[in-house]
Design a protein. Structure first.
Lengths: 394, 186
């Protein structure tokens, strides 16, 4: 067990939040590791200190004043339901919005100038013994524009990965064409897309529940499963929103998402059958706005690389299952599985050294490229024979 | 402040729960607001406003949710005040001046004067350490560690996922531990 994980879980131990099995593992580590053992002792001692805090008491006339205000018919203070947004934050949003718009304009102009110059890649930059123009993904139709540039920037390490195994280059396949650096922005966008998909799948399952009574049990289970995934993804989005890394242009979407997540969270405690699927899942997902949520999010650009790093580490350690739903994990280019000892390589994304994010392929993009590829093959009247199955990349 | 649009008469069972909440949570609500605002008088207003808001929404809030609801309202009011004041977080400056408040749960008659002084200094150091925590961490620390709310209730108060609460609490504890390290006798 990693010491960082152990300390985080020791904090939960203090509140009795860990299951007994996990607690035993954590305590076993704490007993054998001197640093963690000391941390545990100090944590307990620090908690004891808070018990010494003095308790302030309301004044003797508190109740009488309150009843007078109630009797006088005084209403709820207006600030009660305000979620205050500091002026500085508003200014920061405005500035980042302007910067983003400028960036988009620059990007668009760069794309245009690049298109006029032709899509042929730089021929004098060899990748794994091939020039880029020799790679099969470089079809003149430009279905995978500039994806190689992204891969190429990674100090050439992906070149060894690209010519994996039999030496055949793999840049043409949708997985590698979709590979990009993991950032909180990418995380937010992909989470929103996957959430929309889960919404659609859950609603379809609910419809099936109604339409086909003989399959309603299976459909209900499917609806619940998709709703669970929806809830996890929704929590990630709300977490990012609370960290001010994204916002919803439509405030009603924000409210709908919070409502859905809260209802589903409460629904986890009850039974799971056709009736509860219809009542709980149906109620939680009643807003059709959730089906187009990704159109309403606005992602804040990064300000601080270290903050980004903290955020990604937090989210990946807390929710490895969500990461598997969002991204295909790209194997470590160096082959080293101990780049970041706290994170098991088979469950979460790989961190390249301690302070750099890794490379991932968003599932929605891979799926889209795969579909485009099939379409392209059909249009050319060629027999469709996919070389790579998405599922095999898990 | 708006006038109540209509007079709502809660049923007796709800009123019993309301009175009980008043008895049980008024002090802790004031303590929470005091540590967020650094001003015990404003904190008492916040506590009273919270109970007033609860009374006006008794038909909407289940009795089991009174506590997190009150803390959520108190939090919103505190953050609103902080924003209005353009507050420089010089917390706890009024706490020691608040001599009219009965602040001493311990029986001092049996304690030596130097121990009393030592205890007061320790308390000040603990309050100061809490005040030095960043606002987000302080909220989690105050709600879970000091007021003893569950992670779920704290998440409802702070409007964030439960896992965020556990992360913030962990970080708050780490910082708090290092800030009060000289008081920790292991």
């Amino acid at each position: 067990m990693n010491c960082t994980t152990c300390r985080f879980e020791l904090s939960q131990c203090l509140d009795g939040r860990l299951p007994s099995g996990r607690r035993a593992i954590v305590m076993q580590h704490a007993e054998t590791c001197a640093t963690c053992s000391q941390f545990w002792t100090e944590l307990q001692a620090a908690q004891q200190l808070t018990l010494r805090l003095r308790t302030s008491r309301v004044s003797p006339g508190f109740r009488e004043e309150l009843w007078e205000r109630i009797r006088a018919g005084e209403g709820t203070p207006e600030a009660v339901f305000h979620e205050p947004v500091p002026a500085l934050t508003k200014l920061r949003y405005a500035l980042t919005g302007a910067a983003l718009a400028a960036g988009l304009l620059l990007g668009a102009s760069w794309l245009r100038s690049d298109d006029t110059a032709g899509l042929a890649p730089v021929a004098d930059d060899p990748i794994a013994g091939h020039t880029k123009s020799q790679l099969p993904g470089d079809a003149p139709n430009g279905l995978q524009p500039r994806s190689h540039d992204r891969v190429q920037t990674h100090s050439g390490q992906f070149s060894t990965l690209a010519s994996a195994g039999d030496g055949s280059p793999m840049f043409g396949d949708p997985l590698f064409a979709s590979t990009q650096r993991l950032t909180p922005g990418l995380l937010a966008v992909e989470t929103a897309k996957q959430l929309e998909q889960r919404y659609g799948e859950a609603m379809l399952a609910l419809q099936r529940c109604e339409a086909a009574p003989d399959q309603s049990a299976d459909a209900a289970q499917l609806a619940w499963r998709k709703a669970d995934e929806f809830q996890s993804l929704g929590e990630v989005l709300l977490d990012l929103r609370n960290r001010q890394r994204l916002s919803f242009r439509d405030q009603e979407v924000d409210a709908d998402l919070r409502f859905a997540v809260n209802i589903l969270r409460q629904g986890q405690r009850g039974q799971r059958n056709e009736h509860t699927a219809r009542v709980v899942v149906g109620e939680a997902l009643r807003s059709s706005r959730l089906g187009t949520l990704s159109r309403t999010i606005w992602v804040a650009p990064a300000f601080d690389a270290r903050e980004d790093m903290d955020l990604l580490v937090d989210l990946t350690t807390q929710r490895p299952e969500v990461f598997r739903q969002l991204f295909f994990v790209v194997p470590s280019p160096t082959g080293a599985s101990h780049d970041f000892p706290g994170l098991p390589t088979d469950t979460v994304f790989l961190l390249h050294d301690v302070c750099g994010p890794s490379w991932v392929a968003p599932r929605s993009e891979v799926t889209m490229r795969e579909a485009l590829r099939i379409l392209e093959l059909r249009l050319q009247n060629e027999p469709v024979q996919l070389q790579i199955e998405i599922g095999s990349r898990r | 402040m708006a006038q109540a649009s209509h007079e709502y008469q809660p049923d007796p069972v709800t009123m019993v729960a309301y009175h009980r909440a008043l008895a049980e949570h008024a002090d802790s609500l004031k303590a929470y607001a005091t540590r967020l605002l650094g001003d015990s008088i404003a904190a008492e207003d916040v506590a009273q406003d919270s109970f007033l808001a609860l009374y006006r929404h008794l038909n909407q809030v289940p009795t089991a949710a009174f506590r997190p609801w009150l803390f959520r309202v108190a939090r919103n009011l505190c953050l609103d005040q902080l924003r209005r004041r353009k507050f420089k977080l010089s917390l706890f400056r009024d706490l020691q001046k608040d001599e009219d408040q009965p602040f001493t749960p311990t029986d001092l008659r049996s304690v030596a004067p130097d121990e009393v002084l030592e205890s007061q200094e320790a308390n000040q150091a603990i309050e100061k350490a809490i005040g030095e925590l960043p606002l987000k961490f302080r909220e989690a620390f105050l709600l879970c560690e000091v007021e003893g709310l569950s992670y779920e209730d704290a998440a409802a108060v702070m409007g964030c996922p439960v896992k965020t609460v556990s992360t913030r609490l962990f970080r708050a504890r780490q910082r708090f531990k290092s800030l009060v390290s000289r008081l920790i006798k292991v």
